[in-house]
Ligand binder design. Structure first.
Ligand SMILES: Cc1cc2nc3c(=O)[nH]c(=O)nc-3n(C[C@H](O)[C@H](O)[C@H](O)COP(=O)(O)OP(=O)(O)OC[C@H]3O[C@@H](n4cnc5c(N)ncnc54)[C@H](O)[C@@H]3O)c2cc1C
Length: 482
């Protein structure tokens, strides 16, 4: 590989220059490196809306990267079309000898990369995909018997045991930037030219690119010691909000993990554990791709006949369930594309175990709406909440949406932020406003059923129905030790 005359780096989920594995590999082995991003119509055409925060985020990150490269006398070539066609054509026109990229573990990406590699091979161009977006790939952390882990804690222990400075060493891209192909600035399509409209990203303060990631990370480092206590309370600025940056690689996982490790203590350790959950689900998806194709990891639960009562899924999507914490969660998701982890769990559990709606519908809704949508984590999270996954919440454990609300939003701050119609409801009733006497409803200007919905189901009754569904699928009650 050493001594190539020219090569190309194809950026995908690694939209940064710092500690960039594919770029480093290309720069180190070639005299002239072109950098390319493709707005892949196969992906864009499948998106449900033409105003998609992810596309705007990517577009903004690509613009930022292009500027950085242009400051170095190089450029970023931004293509638009089907990647398996456009990328090889470009590689052929530039007469490169090799294409470098970071490995993507999603089934559709694996198929796309195979098609690209095949087209390139036909032109005599090599295709090199390497690790970048995870610390450990699918086969690097295995059980003693050489099998993939299916339980998180032993996976985490093995992950931590294997970790050494080698795995977290940054790729010293800066030292090799002289090998970037010098070029006048290339033209780049606008968001409108690729068929998309602006969303409310700027209004939300979501800054794309490396600069956006760095700003968030610095802000989080000042709070990381409190992460363990603060992370469960959606009204508090507890988590890092870095998920969209991790999704599109505007910050390096090695940098995040090594910083957390260096800080140490309960907060940083708890946060590192979340980064390990991300890799746990990535390796799970690789070894069991059926989980992200709508199949339960615990296959006995495939037998559940979800009642999907008419109107329930729609009410959940539109934040009209009458349970304030659930409705506030769906409003946060719909308005911002982000949803606090505690609320992802509460909202998912409520859809499945209170509304008795097939978890796959919720999984699909999150996939459409989340700015940080990640196939592995989303399917892992949904299968966890629906108790059908690998190392999932036990099926007989059912969140009570009112007690979750009392515990994690005790003053109703988060609820009032997203449900301003409940702003005047006293703290005593904010978690279950239907318990307000009529007189109080009138006094605080909220008539249940008119200004805010009455609960569409009764938790106690639905809980029993859900248990019956799981029991029937398993063919009996829980064993005595559960
Ligand atoms: C039903 C459901 C669906 C989910 N869908 C997604 C998804 O599509 N994309 C996604 O990135 N995360 C998903 N998660 C995991 C988690 O909710 C988000 O990663 C987290 O809320 C992102 O916020 P943050 O960056 O502030 O997290 P932090 O708490 O700051 O965590 C740091 C990072 O660790 C990773 N992480 C944290 N928690 C988890 C977790 N439980 N599983 C896997 N990785 C985790 C994320 O990359 C996150 O950015 C889902 C969880 C559930 C319960």
């Amino acid at each position: 590989m050493i001594g190539l005359d020219s090569s190309l780096v194809w950026l995908r989920r690694d939209l940064r220059l710092h500690d960039q594995a594919a770029l480093y590999r290309a720069l180190k082995s070639s005299s002239r490196v072109h950098v390319v991003f493709v707005f892949d119509t196969a992906i864009l055409d499948s998106l449900p809306s033409r105003a998609d925060r992810r596309v705007e985020f990517i577009h903004g990150s690509v613009v930022a990267l292009k500027r950085e490269l242009e400051a170095l006398g190089a450029t970023l070539h931004v293509l638009h079309g089907p990647a398996p066609k456009r990328l090889p054509e470009f590689a052929r026109d530039r007469k490169v000898q090799a294409v470098f990229c970071s490995r993507d573990y999603e089934p559709a990406a694996i198929r796309r990369d195979a098609a690209v590699a095949q087209a390139l091979a036909g032109m005599g161009i090599a295709f090199h995909a390497g690790k970048d977006q995870v610390v450990f790939e699918q086969d690097e952390v295995l059980t003693q018997g050489g099998k993939p882990y299916t339980v998180f804690t032993p996976y985490k222990n093995a992950w931590l045991k294997k970790l050494g400075p080698f795995y977290l060493k940054p790729y010293p891209v800066q030292a090799y930037l002289g090998a970037l192909a010098q070029s006048p600035p290339a033209t780049m399509p606008t968001l409108a030219e690729i068929g998309f409209a602006r969303t409310n990203l700027a209004e939300l303060g979501i800054r794309p690119g490396e600069a956006g990631a760095r700003g968030l990370f610095e802000d989080f480092l000042a709070r990381i010691n409190n992460y363990k206590q603060a992370r469960d309370f959606p009204a508090v600025r507890g988590p890092s909000y870095l998920s969209v940056h991790l999704r599109f690689g505007t910050i390096s996982i090695r940098e995040l993990a090594s910083t957390a490790l260096g800080i140490g203590g309960a907060g940083a350790e708890a946060w590192l554990a979340e980064l390990i959950w991300r890799e746990f689900y990535q390796q799970l998806l690789w070894h069991h791709p059926r989980v992200a194709a709508g199949h339960c990891y615990q296959s006995e639960f495939e037998a559940i006949a979800w009642p999907n009562p008419p109107g329930h899924f729609q009410a959940w999507c539109e934040a009209r369930t009458g349970y304030p914490l659930v409705d506030a969660a769906l409003r946060q998701l719909n308005q911002t594309g982000y949803l606090h982890n505690r609320l992802r769990m509460v909202a998912a559990s409520f859809l499945v175990k209170d509304l008795l709606v097939d978890w796959r519908l919720g999984e699909g809704y999150f996939a459409d709406k989340l700015i940080d949508f990640d196939l592995a984590s989303n399917s892992g999270g949904w299968q966890w909440a629906a108790s059908v996954g690998c190392d999932a919440q036990p099926w007989f454990r059912i969140f009570n949406p009112v007690t979750q609300s009392e515990k994690f939003d005790p003053e109703g701050k988060f609820i009032r932020r997203y449900l301003p119609e409940l702003a005047q409801v006293p703290g005593k009733h904010i978690h279950a406003p239907w318990t307000m006497p009529e007189k109080l409803q009138a006094a605080c200007g909220v008539k249940i059923g008119r200004d805010y919905p009455a609960p569409i189901v009764a938790h106690g009754i639905q809980r029993e129905k859900a248990l019956a569904l799981y029991k029937a699928a398993r063919g009996g009650p829980p064993p005595a030790d559960e």
